[in-house]
Write a protein that binds this ligand. Structure first.
Ligand code: SAH
Ligand code: SF4
Ligand code: F3S
Length: 469
């Protein structure tokens, strides 16, 4: 069957675990434990991958440090989505030449999306001779084997393959938080938006089996996690490649049925297949957060077509309306790109008017970044960076005003929040819709409580805890 080919066999995973045990025995002979530093760029998918890398390193007996200079093993899990991210990463890799000089034994490892981008592995090979091991996202599950190979040879190891991408179950995980957890439901992307590198580095869409997802969700709830985010580049495609008849809405309902006090979130949904069934299911599932992140990217139909987003402005507005019909209190957030090749000032105004029309709670705004190898990289791009910056600033001003107005509407209301951190006499928390609420006083973390909102800004709500009725 189709599935067998994309799922790594249990025997192969066992083999990696045997290598982990072998490395552990080797490392235990050292005077002190190996110190590892894992740095993550990019999206939640990468955060989740880094938790697996940490899981494997932990099983090898490593301890973790927050300083590159202090580390015996440095892992940089990279992102390629915009040039800015790449520049920062390469700058940091450049700085590692100093730490390596100070500690010749230091093992420098680059992995993640950037190393999979066209030409990048070659560039690293040439320009960063002190990087020991480079591997792409498709072979993450073979990290123990690749590390062992590097340790046993004098040669650097580059493992960046064109594999279609697989699913590896049963790898150890070491999660960052105790309240919030990532739960990948699918990997890859088939959408090929014309500006985006992700489908080229994360390969084709593939869904994890529902029973493994449910088992992981049950385990998270048992361990006390209160906020579970289901991850995928486009979670609404979930199940399309599975033999069983299941979609993302069904999956939400199954997770909702797990007993316990927790919230279900998800990232990200592509508007083209955010269905009425999804909104209806969310409205019927008490654990589904009243939040949907629905990137629109542009408000003009010609630009949307050039972006290959396969929906129109009108269809997007209809989706937003439907979401609100089922959940009037839904928090809507979105991503938008300014300055796509050839986007005119008039076309940009359609983006501004879409924002005014929908009134998002928050927006992630990006200036278009040319990604070699994508179709948009070949499109004429006559507008200057400065012209795009003017539009970007206008967008930000518009959204900041709307966010501030939306936040002001909370003042005087009591909201239910989950606390997630403490600092300077305050407790930070999030509403079901993901809005940041700063509560007076240092309160327990990882608990639900009611908070009366007393003040607000563009970025946050402020309030005081009130006793449960
Ligand atoms: N799969 C997600 C997006 C992942 S990338 C989705 O489709 O919703 C996150 C965001 O980065 C995108 O939504 C887009 O707004 C932005 N982005 C992607 N490629 C970009 C590029 N080349 N230049 C600028 N922004 C980009
Ligand atoms: Fe990129 Fe589009 Fe896929 Fe999102 S849906 S990851 S923007 S190609
Ligand atoms: Fe970046 Fe890869 Fe995520 S390119 S945004 S880390 S999928």
């Amino acid at each position: 069957m189709e599935r067998k080919r994309i799922e790594i066999s249990p025997g192969e995973i066992e083999n990696q675990k045997r290598i982990i045990a072998r490395l552990r025995a080797k490392f235990e002979k050292r005077e002190r434990p190996l110190r590892a530093f894992v740095d993550t760029y990019g999206c939640q998918q990468n955060e989740a991958d880094s938790e697996k890398i940490r899981g494997m390193l932990f099983e090898m007996g490593c301890v973790f440090t927050r300083e590159e200079a202090d580390a015996d093993i440095v892992v940089i899990n990279t992102c390629a989505v915009r040039e800015h991210a790449e520049m920062r990463i390469l700058g940091n890799v450049g700085a590692l030449s100093h730490t390596k000089k100070a500690n010749k034994e230091q093992m420098i490892i680059l992995c993640g999306c950037m190393v999979q981008a066209p030409g990048m592995a070659e560039r690293i090979k040439k320009s960063y001779p002190y990087v020991d091991l480079v591997f792409g996202p498709q072979v993450l599950w073979r990290f123990p084997e690749l590390l062992e190979r590097r340790l046993n040879s004098k040669k650097r190891v580059f493992e960046v393959t064109d594999e279609a991408g697989a699913i590896a179950e049963g790898l150890p995980v070491r999660r960052d938080g105790t309240v919030k957890a990532w739960l990948s439901v699918m990997y890859g992307c088939n959408n090929f938006c014309s500006y985006c590198i992700v489908p080229y580095v994360r390969m084709r869409e593939r869904s994890r089996r529902p029973e493994v997802i449910l088992e992981e969700a049950r385990q998270l709830v048992k361990e006390g996690y209160k906020d579970i985010t289901l991850l995928g580049q486009n979670v609404n495609s979930y199940g399309k490649d599975l033999p069983e008849d299941i979609d993302f809405a069904d999956l939400i309902r199954m997770i909702n049925d797990i007993e316990g006090d927790f919230v279900i979130r998800f990232m990200t949904s592509h508007p083209k297949d955010a269905s009425e069934k999804l909104f209806k299911t969310m409205s019927e599932c008490e654990k589904a957060a009243r939040h949907i992140h629905l990137p629109f990217q542009a408000g003009n139909n010609r630009v949307l077509k050039e972006m290959n987003r396969v929906y129109t402005r009108e269809q997007y507005l209809e989706k937003a309306r439907l979401a609100r019909k089922y959940m009037p209190d839904i928090v809507l957030t979105s991503d938008v790109i300014v300055g796509f090749p050839g986007e005119t000032d008039e076309e940009f105004e359609d983006t501004v008017s879409l924002i005014e029309e929908v009134r998002f709670d928050a927006l992630f705004t990006f200036i278009y970044s040319k990604r070699p190898g994508t179709p948009a990289a070949k499109m004429p791009d006559p507008y200057t960076r400065a012209q795009k910056q003017v539009r970007f600033d206008k967008l930000l001003d518009t959204q900041n005003r709307i966010s501030a107005e939306k936040h002001a509407e909370y003042v005087g209301k009591t909201v239910r929040v989950l606390t997630d951190g403490r600092a300077d006499g305050e407790t930070t928390s999030r509403t079901g819709g993901g809005r940041l609420v700063r509560i007076k006083g240092e309160l327990p973390v990882g608990e639900y409580m009611n908070v009366k909102i007393t003040d607000s800004t563009t970025w946050a709500l402020f309030g005081e805890a009130v006793a449960e009725e």
